[in-house]
Design a protein around this ligand. Structure first.
Ligand SMILES: [Cu+2]
Length: 358
């Protein structure tokens, strides 16, 4: 390389360096106030693999940033959806329900744990659908999800209303389920699209109560859906609960009155674990398996459920105070399936937000 070429080459390099520095400086002048604090804003993403990520950084394959589900176990506990009621020509009752499935929402299922929930009417569990034996139940079902979904009710109905073979397509598919409510009892409903474990695991289930025509004895009635979440997708549940939020009723005890009949409709929808159970402190309950008989099968404080098993518990408290109820499986109770009944006599004030152990 001769001297002339060398000088030229150094000159070129200098021009490139000067140009780069100048560009950087001009860039700084043009965009002088890039708000670096915006980088600290946490955002929630669902990735293609189904993972839910909350991060200040970029996610390479986000499907969407999503709306969070607000779920209130207090409201769910004693909320029954009787549908839109009308009389048919033959004098029987028609109850119509509108149910919309979605699969793009997330819920903070425990502090800092965000999970992609799949919902019926925007919640996990879906609404507690209630009818009287012999009523005509009509469900206007729309699937606004990105995957196929159905509604499969336990109970009596024609084969084509079973929610198995009549797959309802994603993005607005519709189906009308219609059947005569029966038998009397407490039943689950859930999506039955394969893999069912995944569709149930993400939250597509709810409770269906069929009341006897003559009703049941007056009681303080409530619903407990025993559920769990595998938040790290390793095939094991990380959280357990009665009504979705771990320890909710431990921090917000369920207020009941002494010497008043309490009736709890319990459904076990925990997947991945073969059994679950319900242990009650301070009193015993009459247990009606599936709620189909008027004679209780047991008088006990401890019942074990397999997957999908359910029943009705009836009991009352003689003495005031705080009584735990929880899974006797300690792993489940220590991961969230634990709560408290606060029994007061009618003259006592109610108690707000008492934290167990505090
Ligand atoms: Cu589904």
């Amino acid at each position: 390389m001769d001297t002339k070429t060398l000088v030229f080459s150094i000159g070129q390099k200098m021009i490139v360096v000067i140009a780069a520095v100048s560009l950087g400086f001009v860039g700084y002048l043009v965009f002088p106030i890039i708000d670096i604090t915006a980088q600290e804003q946490l955002e929630v993403f669902v990735t293609h693999s189904g993972a839910v990520v909350k991060t200040t950084g970029d996610v390479l394959d986000p499907v969407y940033t999503i709306q969070e589900v607000e779920f209130d176990p207090e409201k769910y506990l004693r909320n029954f959806d009787y549908g839109k009621v009308s009389q048919l020509e033959d004098g029987s009752t028609l109850r119509e329900f509108t149910i919309i499935a979605e699969d793009d929402k997330i819920m903070e299922v425990a502090p800092g744990i965000f999970y992609n929930v799949w919902t019926f009417n925007g919640e996990v569990p879906g609404p507690t659908i209630r009818a009287t034996e012999g009523d005509l139940v009509r469900i206007h079902f729309t699937n606004n999800g990105s995957k196929e979904h159905t509604m499969h009710f336990h109970g009596n109905h024609p084969a084509e209303m079973d929610g198995i073979f009549e797959i309802v397509g994603a993005g607005g598919g519709q189906f009308t389920y219609e059947f005569i409510a029966g038998p009397v009892g407490v039943h689950p409903y859930h999506c039955h699209v394969m893999p069912v474990e995944e569709h149930i695991g993400h939250g597509l289930y709810g409770v269906f109560i069929v009341d006897p025509k003559d009703g049941r004895q007056q009681a303080d009635e409530m619903v407990m859906m025993l559920n769990g979440f595998d938040t790290d997708f390793d095939g094991e549940n990380n959280l357990y609960a009665a009504n979705t939020i771990p320890f909710y009723y431990q921090h917000h005890p369920i207020q009941v009155t002494t010497n008043e009949l309490i009736r709890v409709y319990v459904v076990n929808m925990v997947g991945l674990d073969p059994i679950n159970n319900f242990h009650l402190h301070g009193t015993l309950y009459k247990y009606y398996p599936t709620g189909t008989d008027i004679v209780p099968s047991e008088f006990t404080d401890m019942i074990t459920f397999s997957q999908g098993e359910r029943g009705i518990l009836e009991f009352e408290y003689e003495y005031t105070g705080r009584y735990m109820f929880h899974a006797h499986l300690t792993e489940f109770s220590e991961k969230g399936w634990s709560g408290i009944f606060y029994a007061k006599d009618s003259s006592q004030p109610s108690m707000e937000g008492y934290a167990y152990g505090s």
